[in-house]
Design a binder for this molecule. Structure first.
Ligand SMILES: *Cc1c(COP(=O)(O)O)cnc(C)c1O
Length: 420
């Protein structure tokens, strides 16, 4: 027999021995066939030839967002071992989450975009009996207007439009107050938007004066941890968070939080109910459990602890590139979405003769491949103080030890360019 290739192989083997020993001594009940020694599983990334990357970017969807922490992965694996009744799992997961997150009700969706569709479907169903089976096309005479600030229009609009709604766009408070009609079903707020004239509390107050529910998309807006209840407590009737971003659950999971009647309607418009907009938005038992486990994991963290960890990681990477001519490092925290420390490395391209975008390309094509934050080499808008002379390292998704690799690679590439 070959020597054990990894520590994990050894411990897996050792656990097997303990189980056998226990049975032989007669002191332990026979374990179910599926427990105990779980095979590690083949590495299908390797088998498929899929490149494993180092994520020095952040929780970006196109980079598969977060990696689940070990206890969450373990919960997912455990859930995979047993069939359950889906409706019971959905309901009890929702009740558990609602209690932990201090809101009336909760639903695990297939991501924040799914939650946007299901929440909109709920508001449509509330305003229009029969809407559930009619959306998005057979809606003659139905109410279907959603009010939104012009500055809050974004790429996720389509998730709402899937329900056959039309947007009514406003800019000023005056516009807003006049925008409500007998066809209004919902108002929508993009939590991380930086430019809208109307703030959260005013937005809610006016909508509620008209008896209309308000949805807040806060998909990428933890930490702080307390945001998981801040917006429902503020009065938003529905709030969504991505499961696979800051909370670090499965990428195809998300949270829809809010009013009990609306969450119940969202569930009615969700898988496994056929003839609904949500039928294709299935969340498997593994991901429902993973989402709940990720919330438990996230609630066991502290904002200060996470921030300190990300700052230490950023400092360690900065230490590698200290002494590169003209280079200045700093740490910046985005104001709302991705509200965590990012490392910014700014230098003079006259002296260090490579552009930040070329650095990103070199690292992307190197071995191991490293993905830097997409704000590298460009203006960070209102999010980060980056520009064409800045490398941006998103540190929070780095796995233990990867900061050293990122630091060394940056040093190599920048040193070479400085002596060119
Ligand atoms: C990421 C994101 C979404 C979509 O989240 P998924 O969980 O990937 O579906 C929606 N809204 C905003 C603002 C986001 O940042």
């Amino acid at each position: 027999m070959d020597a054990f290739k990894t520590r994990r192989d050894f411990f897996g083997w050792a656990r097997g021995l303990v189980a056998v020993g226990g049975l032989a001594a007669g002191g332990v009940e026979a374990a179910p066939a599926t427990s105990g020694r779980e095979p590690e599983g083949e590495d299908y990334y390797d088998k498929l030839g899929v490149t494993k990357i180092i994520n020095a970017a952040g929780t970006y969807t196109f980079l598969t967002a977060a990696v689940m922490p070990p206890p969450v992965r373990a919960a997912v694996l455990a859930a995979a071992r047993h069939p359950v009744r889906l409706e019971e799992l959905q309901r009890k997961a929702g009740e558990y989450l609602a209690e932990k997150l201090h809101c009336e009700a909760a639903l695990v969706s297939a991501g924040a975009a799914s939650a946007l569709t299901l929440g909109t479907a709920a508001c449509m169903a509330l305003a229009n009996p029969g809407a559930t089976h009619a959306m998005p096309t057979e809606m003659e005479g139905m109410k279907n207007e959603v009010i939104v600030q012009k500055a809050h229009r974004y790429e996720y609009d389509h998730a709402l439009r899937n329900c056959g709604i039309t947007f009514v766009q406003v800019e000023t408070m005056d516009d807003y107050e006049k925008a409500f009609t007998s066809k209004t079903v919902m108002t929508h707020f993009f939590n991380a938007a930086q430019h809208g004239e109307i703030g959260r509390e005013d937005w809610i107050r006016v909508a509620h004066a008209h008896g209309v529910p308000c949805f807040n998309d806060a998909a990428a807006d933890v930490p702080p941890i307390s945001n998981l209840w801040n917006y429902t407590k503020m009065g938003f009737d529905l709030v969504t968070f991505s499961g696979g971003k800051g909370i670090r659950g499965p990428q195809n999971a998300g949270l829809l939080l809010g009013r009990k009647d609306l969450i119940e309607l969202a569930a009615k418009n969700n898988n496994p109910n056929g003839d609904t907009v949500g039928r294709g938005m299935k969340v498997a038992k593994e991901q429902i459990v993973g989402m709940v486990a990720a919330v438990d994991w996230f609630l066991s963290q502290t904002d200060a602890g996470m921030e300190a960890e990300f700052r230490r990681t950023a400092d360690r990477i900065a230490a590698h590139v200290k002494g590169i001519p003209t280079l200045e490092s700093s740490i910046a925290i985005s104001p709302v979405a991705n509200h965590v420390p990012h490392l910014l490395l700014k230098y003079d391209q006259q002296r260090v003769k490579i552009s930040p975008r070329e650095v990103a390309k070199t690292l992307r094509e190197g071995n191991p491949p490293i993905e830097l934050n997409p704000y590298t080499g460009r203006n960070g808008d209102q999010d980060l103080p980056s520009d064409e002379n800045t490398i941006v390292v998103g540190v929070w998704m780095l796995q233990p030890g990867e900061d050293v690799i990122v630091g060394r690679r940056l040093k190599e590439v920048l040193t070479k360019a400085a002596s060119a």
